[in-house]
Design a protein around this ligand. Structure first.
Ligand code: F6R
Length: 603
């Protein structure tokens, strides 16, 4: 969600770096893009609505520049259009911004009283005018940015250029991500690592309220007291090859196919010595009597699977909540509660706020995160990293599966720490990993997905049903389909359909029915028959142990039965791949669906 890139240095042409960087940040989601670059001590700004290629068409790449900032905007204040796009310039100050300023209307009034006028509807232009006003008063950018951070309420990552300093780039952040990347005689700022991986893998994480001053040869970071501090230089481990498509048509397809490897990488460090490895490298779960799992979107769906597994094996209650609700509701927690926050990006604003709320109540927090060093990873008491690697497609697949795998592992660890499970049972689970990986690989190659996709890709409305863990899977299957193919779908607990929504089922309405849990299978099958009797075209996803010849389905995908912990990791694959094929048949922008952002850093 909004991407920032900035460059200062004599080795490269800033314009090229900015455009490459913006392309690498495309996955975050955007609706307009722009750059500002210094040419002969003068700032030029070029902005365009829509894709980066529209912007490229307006740029003269022969121009040489050693300083610039670029931005992909995901509209929050004001519609997507050229005027509202970044960079914004007021007086001597040009900026790009990611985040939301909550008191911008108040500030705008004061600035108007001071003679400023505004062209756009954005909060960003207000920040720009504010910095310009403060600079006219103080003439010292560090003092100006210090004052600015006291006046701005909300979240921001800012890249800033001052007309008076044609070789200097400033940055500041609060609650929106920003890194400072280090080159030789050149330096960068960026929202995320992929934008700079072509040039360097060395970076510094800018912390909240820190100010960065970058020239080609020097980076100064100032803390809240305006003292220069030394920051740890980090090395990014994911390499650029791994972030490329590797011959797949889309990142999403590549990432779906990476799942067997990702699951292995995520689980192995914790189980290499069978049941004896459990409880190592994990927080101590012994004293918790209740767990709140908090997340958004697919991470929330992974949390629902975690609930079933933890309740079943560890025998403690688990409450799963959507972060945007949790952050504002009354919490029923005490010192025997653990709050688990799940987030691929580690930057989701609502999940971060939920984490902070739990911390304000002095509750222990555990983050399950993919992006190393992200805000949620840093702020939680404990963190367990999934090993999904860089996920570029906006619709999550491999990170979701890795979250589910990690929650299964947590269920085993809690069960062991509470003596609810035998060592033999743990080893049985662990021994199934090879089978899991092999079966995942086979399911990825199943050829029926395209056939099913061809039957449903021109429908307007469909359902996903299941019970218990299969309902949690239905929710994820439904989200995957709607976000990338734009077909409306709803997920329902199979037994709930007849309490209202079954009235939407008509002749040939597709209904995906997931049946993997033996304990409830016959009940789900009765519900499938109810839908079928009303004309539904049923696509059954069923385990081999429950499979049967029958007339209550039209299409069937049979998946191998494995233990409960790993079953969802098999069941989700057909749902992901059918969604992918449907979106492809509908010519959708699969990796960057409309209106969506990879990292939702606003509330
Ligand atoms: C759906 C999807 C989103 C994210 C959600 C949370 O495919 O990707 O629903 O799961 O926005 O994002 P993270 O996990 O980064 O907190």
């Amino acid at each position: 969600m909004c991407g920032i890139i900035g460059y200062v240095g004599k080795k490269k042409n800033a314009i090229h770096v900015l455009i490459n960087g913006l392309k690498a940040l495309e996955y975050r989601g955007y609706d307009s893009a722009g750059i500002a670059y210094m040419e002969n001590n003068k700032i030029n700004i070029i902005k365009e609505q829509g894709k980066i290629k529209n912007l490229e068409e307006k740029i003269d790449f022969k121009i040489k520049s050693n300083l610039g900032i670029g931005h992909t905007r995901w509209a929050t204040h004001g519609k997507p259009c050229v005027i509202n796009s970044h960079p914004h310039k007021v007086g001597k100050i040009t900026i790009v911004h990611n985040g939301i300023i909550e008191n911008y209307e108040e500030l705008k009034k004061i600035l108007i009283q001071n003679g400023y006028s505004f062209k756009s509807e954005t909060d960003t232009e207000v920040i720009c005018a504010l910095i310009d006003k403060l600079y006219n008063e103080k003439n010292d950018m560090i003092q100006v940015l210090d004052k600015c951070r006291n006046l701005l309420k909300g979240s921001y990552a800012l890249g800033i250029i001052n007309d008076d300093q044609p070789n200097t780039l400033y940055a500041i952040r609060k609650d929106s991500p920003l890194i400072i990347a280090i080159g030789e005689n050149e330096n960068y700022i960026s929202s995320d690592v992929p934008a700079i991986l072509d040039y360097t893998n060395k970076y510094i994480l800018l912390d909240n309220n820190e100010i960065a001053k970058l020239t080609d040869s020097k980076i100064d970071i100032y803390n809240i007291n305006n003292e220069i501090i030394t920051k740890k230089i980090k090395t990014f481990e994911w390499n650029i090859e791994k972030t490329l498509k590797n011959g797949y048509d889309h990142f999403m397809l590549k990432e779906i196919n990476e799942q067997p490897e990702v699951i292995k990488d995520t689980l192995l460090p914790y189980i290499s010595n069978g049941y004896k490895s459990l409880l190592n490298n994990m927080p101590c779960f012994k004293n918790y009597e209740k767990i709140d799992i908090v997340a958004c979107g697919s991470a929330y769906h992974a949390g629902l699977i975690g609930k079933y597994l933890i309740e079943k094996y560890a025998d403690i209650p688990v409450n799963v909540e959507i972060a945007s609700e949790y952050r504002y509701k009354k919490l029923f927690i005490n010192n025997k509660t653990l709050v688990i926050i799940i987030s691929q990006s580690g930057e989701t604003a609502d999940s971060l706020a939920a984490l902070r709320k739990a911390k304000e109540h002095n509750i222990d927090t555990l983050a399950i995160v993919n992006v190393v060093g992200s805000s949620i990873a840093r702020e939680a008491k404990d963190v367990l990293y999934i090993k999904a690697g860089c996920e570029i497609a906006v619709a999550t697949t491999k990170a979701y599966s890795a979250q589910v795998a990690m929650l299964g592992l947590i269920a085993l660890n809690i069960a062991k720490s509470k003596k609810k499970i035998s060592n033999q049972k743990i080893d049985n689970f662990i021994q199934d990993i090879d089978t899991l990986i092999n079966e995942m690989k086979k399911l990825l190659k199943n050829e029926n997905y395209l056939k099913i996709a061809k039957n449903i890709y021109n429908k307007n409305n469909l359902f996903f049903i299941g019970r218990k863990i299969d309902y949690a899977l239905a929710m994820e299957g439904s989200l995957k389909l709607k976000e990338i193919s734009y077909i409306h779908s709803e997920a329902y607990p199979a037994g709930e359909l007849k309490h209202g929504s079954i009235s939407l089922i008509e002749e040939k309405t597709p209904v995906f029915a997931i049946v993997t849990d033996k304990s409830i299978a016959e009940k789900t099958i009765s519900n499938i028959k109810e839908a079928k009797a009303r004309g539904a075209e049923v696509i059954l996803i069923i385990t081999d142990e429950l499979d049967r010849e029958a007339d209550f389905y039209d299409e069937k995908i049979v998946i191998p039965k494995i233990n409960d912990l790993f079953q969802p990791l098999l069941s989700i694959i057909p749902l992901q791949l059918i969604s992918y094929e449907v979106a492809k048949l509908r010519n959708c922008d699969i990796d960057k669906p409309r209106n969506l952002a990879k990292s939702v850093t606003v509330e």
